[in-house]
Design a protein. Structure first.
Length: 396
């Protein structure tokens, strides 16, 4: 299987790992506004693409004590950065940026691999290796658009002694885990990972449609999806410095989520089951639903390893992070309903996708016992039928 086969089966997430590893030449936009690998192998790749590609392989080893929906956690907390700017610019409580800063400040890594907006193209996000606090901070905030987080994981990176932290979506972390399983040198190269919660990656066309709907004239020079408050606004600027904006619930709820990648619709893990830290929004709730009124940001943090648990608490003691409080799985099901449902129905959707003619991705260890809940069976069947229909349409 080569990257183009994966693309043609609608399973390529544009992470860039196959390009970095020499299975394809470059990433390009397709007509739907997603990044896809193109070009033939510039040099011989020793590993098969399907062994590393997160679009077709998610492989979670069993960990005793794992929750069927939320995976293994040492602790579930709500917290925020105590740095005013980091908290304000972050998507939620600036925890991802603060953790990255602390990993660097304590010499645990030499750099942070994460994505930033490309200054030459407002609709493009690219992976960088940040080695200063300023560079790390420049990557703050969520970008609801394609981002090739793994394009910097080239074999050349293994030639140095530097160690890195990887920040990415759950599928980005899966790609790294796949790579680490094929070549253990990547385990010591990237010893720490942070996943952001992810409900799906909208295409570049999603952002373009939103800017158009908001009526920005001329060429777009910059877009910002969130930050500057919580959840913060979507803002787009043109070259004259004029701007248009809308709320997070409008940008995501009325436009961006209509442009999601087909692979995201069958994603079994939007909560970073394979990461050391998983970070999302610690939404307040109103009548059982997330309340998107603007306030000071707070992040939901799932700490998944013993080592990171002790690091996290040492950074609380040092005053870099403020702990708002501990939480339990019932709280998660209330504030992250979408993610809970996705975990419960992942297997049904996967079956629907394959029955509809889609290529069968290997999702191992990610269908928790939650997906067998008897009470969810009839809703599960509805999910299966819906996915089957969509899959048939895509693959006929
Ligand atoms: C596509 C998408 C879907 C999301 N879905 C959910 C959801 O379902 N539930 C939820 O609670 N939160 C969701 N979020 C928000 C995300 O989980 C928050 O960014 C998280 O709360 C971290 O906030 P923070 O303030 O701690 O991070 P910040 O300090 O703002 O740092 C954010 C980090 O994420 C990285 N990043 C931003 N965009 C991307 C991207 N597209 N790909 C890879 N890395 C990126 C940045 O490089 C930065 O390092 C989503 C974000 C994105 C981009
Ligand atoms: S490795 Fe990444 S870019 Fe390559 S085919 Fe898979 S998802 Fe697409
Ligand atoms: S929904 Fe899943 S597959 Fe899609 S971008 Fe998010 S983590 Fe990746």
């Amino acid at each position: 299987m080569n990257p183009q086969d994966i693309t043609s089966k609608n399973l390529c997430l544009g992470c860039g790992l196959c390009v970095a590893q020499g299975h394809a030449e470059k990433l390009e936009w397709n007509s739907d506004g997603f990044l896809i690998p193109t070009g033939s192998h510039p040099h011989n790749a020793s590993i098969a693409t399907e062994q590393i590609c997160p679009g077709v392989l998610v492989d979670l080893p069993a960990t005793p004590g794992s929750d069927p929906l939320w995976g293994y956690t040492e602790e579930i907390v709500v917290a925020h950065s105590t740095h005013k700017g980091v908290r304000q610019n972050g998507s939620s409580g600036g925890i991802v940026t603060e953790l990255a800063r602390q990993f660097l400040l304590h010499g645990l890594v030499d750099g942070v691999i994460h994505v930033v907006s490309d200054s030459s193209d407002p609709f493009l996000n690219r992976a960088v290796i940040s080695t200063t606090l300023e560079q790390i901070e420049s990557g703050a905030s969520s970008r609801y658009a394609p981002a090739s987080s793994l394009q910097v994981l080239t074999p050349e990176l293994l030639q140095t002694s530097a160690k890195y932290l990887l920040v990415g979506k759950p599928c980005d972390i899966s790609g790294l885990r796949n790579l680490q399983a094929t070549d253990p040198r990547w385990k010591s190269k990237i010893p720490f990972t942070i996943a952001i919660f992810c409900a799906g990656m909208p295409s570049r066309e999603g952002t373009i449609a939103l800017v158009k709907k908001l009526g920005l004239s001329g060429d777009t020079s910059k877009v910002k999806y969130r930050g500057d408050g919580w959840p913060g606004k979507f803002i787009a600027w043109n070259e004259l410095g004029e701007s248009v904006s809308t709320s997070y619930s409008d940008s995501w709820g009325s436009t961006l989520n209509r442009f999601l990648h087909p692979r995201c619709k069958i994603c079994p893990d939007g909560i970073g089951l394979q990461a050391d830290f998983s970070v999302g929004d610690a939404w307040e709730t109103q009548d059982g639903y997330p309340d998107f009124h603007d306030r000071e940001g707070e992040s939901l943090v799932l700490v998944r390893t013993k080592e990171c648990h002790s690091l996290f608490h040492s950074w609380i003691t040092e005053g870099a992070i403020e702990l708002v409080g501990q939480r339990n799985r019932e709280y998660l099901e209330t504030i992250q309903k979408f993610q809970a449902q996705r975990r419960i129905f992942a297997r049904y959707r996967w079956i629907g996708w394959t029955l509809g003619g889609g290529f069968k991705p290997r999702f191992r260890g990610v269908f928790g016992a939650g997906s067998y809940r008897f009470t969810e069976f009839s809703s599960g069947l509805r999910q299966l039928m819906g996915t089957l229909k969509r899959s048939k349409k895509l693959h006929s």
